[in-house]
Ligand binder design. Structure first.
Ligand SMILES: Nc1ncnc2c1ncn2[C@@H]1O[C@H](COP(=O)(O)OP(=O)(O)OP(=O)(O)O)[C@@H](O)[C@H]1O
Ligand SMILES: [Mg+2]
Length: 367
């Protein structure tokens, strides 16, 4: 079970020199706007995945005038993970003392979910965010997915390069098509198998959050090419279009999850708070499935939990998160907005020692 015990951050946004020891259950960070709360969550996210959840570029994360940001953590199972992200050099990622070539082992050691203001992208944005959401679960739960996904990406890149060439090399295209189809069918099978396990868990969580009174939510999986058709035939059929675009229009790189309420996209009918409940349900369900299927608890970063939610819903989301038994990192501007929800009842299931409160001020964090 991965829990963060110690965390140090230097040179990341306004966090100059942070060193904190964390509770294995609930960690609350409160402070004024611009004090550094989201930056702290960003540091953990960066360590776990190599990405930020709020900006695509990593350069803006490094403190102005500094060359590198460093994040280090020690987990409860003794694992140590360190990341140095510099402006000019390639990043350095270490698990124990070993340099990592990619994020696979670190991501498996430190699975995390984020609920923040960009989480609405899951409903409002393009398919990419939803594929990423889906693949997070498939990666953790379905072994064999990662290698199929990598094979599919590699053959797709080669196929697209051939499509862009002035003269089409047909034998080469046939060869890459075979590889692409074989890998893509596996990717789809893993995604479908995961969803079959995910959907009942999601229904339970969504009911717990009382989202279900909004209507029946349907999650429909679009695998990226027509059901009932072989991808190989579809690629032949669309070859002229693919040549025109210089890229492959069908395949698992186009997969999507459609979230529908009475056949209408959920984003078009739900209020902001209702959207937050739905997004929370999706993410909590993934954590619950991970813990039920592999016995691994995922860690939750919840930025500005109170925003958009009325006290009832705030309490419900928080209680559902607590029921996961996961380690939580929660930020808010005013501590009272959390503590006063339901007269402090929220924390009644926890011993005082299980809650750590931190005050964030001008990039400094104190317990
Ligand atoms: N590269 C950088 N170098 C130095 N400071 C930065 C950098 N990028 C952002 N900042 C500053 O870091 C501060 C912390 O931002 P952060 O988003 O973490 O605040 P916050 O506590 O989450 O605030 P809010 O309550 O408004 O969400 C801000 O003042 C921001 O302007
Ligand atoms: Mg913030």
């Amino acid at each position: 079970m991965s829990r963060i015990e110690k965390l140090t951050v230097t040179g990341l946004r306004n966090l100059a020199d942070v060193a904190i020891e964390l509770s294995s259950r609930v960690n609350i960070f409160h402070g004024e706007n611009g004090s550094g709360k989201t930056s702290l969550l960003e540091a953990i996210h960066l360590l776990s995945s190599g990405r930020s959840f709020r900006s695509a570029k990593l350069d803006p994360l490094i403190t102005h005038g500094l060359e590198e940001a460093v994040v280090f953590t020690q987990l409860s199972d003794g694992l140590r993970i360190g990341l140095a992200k510099s402006r000019r050099r390639r990043h350095q990622l270490r698990l124990q003392e070993e340099t990592q070539r990619n994020w696979e082992s670190v991501a498996r050691s430190l699975p995390l979910q984020t609920i923040d203001s960009t989480a609405f992208q899951l409903l409002e944005g393009g398919p990419k965010a939803r594929r990423r959401f889906l693949d997070w679960g498939v990666f953790h739960v379905e072994h064999g997915f990662l290698s199929a996904w990598r094979d599919s990406k590699k053959s797709l890149a080669n196929r697209n390069a051939l499509l862009k060439a002035p003269r089409l090399d047909k034998p080469q295209l046939e060869a890459w098509d075979r590889e692409f189809v074989a890998a893509s069918v596996k990717v789809d099978a893993h995604r479908s198998a995961y969803l079959e396990r995910f959907l009942p868990v999601f229904d339970e969580v969504y009911t717990q959050l009382e989202g279900s009174h909004l209507g029946t939510l349907e999650i429909r999986y679009d695998r990226g090419w027509a059901e009932g058709s072989a991808l190989h035939d579809e690629l032949r059929r669309t070859l002229d279009t693919d040549r025109r675009y210089g890229s492959t229009q069908l395949g698992p790189q186009r997969a999507d999850l459609l979230l529908l309420l009475d056949r209408t996209p959920a984003a078009d009918v739900l209020s902001r708070g209702q959207q937050k409940i739905l997004v929370s349900a999706l993410k909590i369900a993934q954590g619950r499935l991970l813990s039920e299927s592999l016995g691994i608890d995922c860690l939750y970063l919840i930025d500005d939990l109170p925003s958009e939610l009325d006290p009832e819903n705030r309490a419900r989301v928080f209680a559902t998160l607590l029921s996961l038994n996961a380690q939580l990192f929660v930020t808010c501007v005013e501590l009272e907005s959390l503590l006063l929800a339901k007269e402090g009842e929220l924390f009644s299931a926890l011993a005082p020692s299980e809650i750590a409160q931190f005050h964030v001020e001008h990039g400094r964090i104190t317990a």
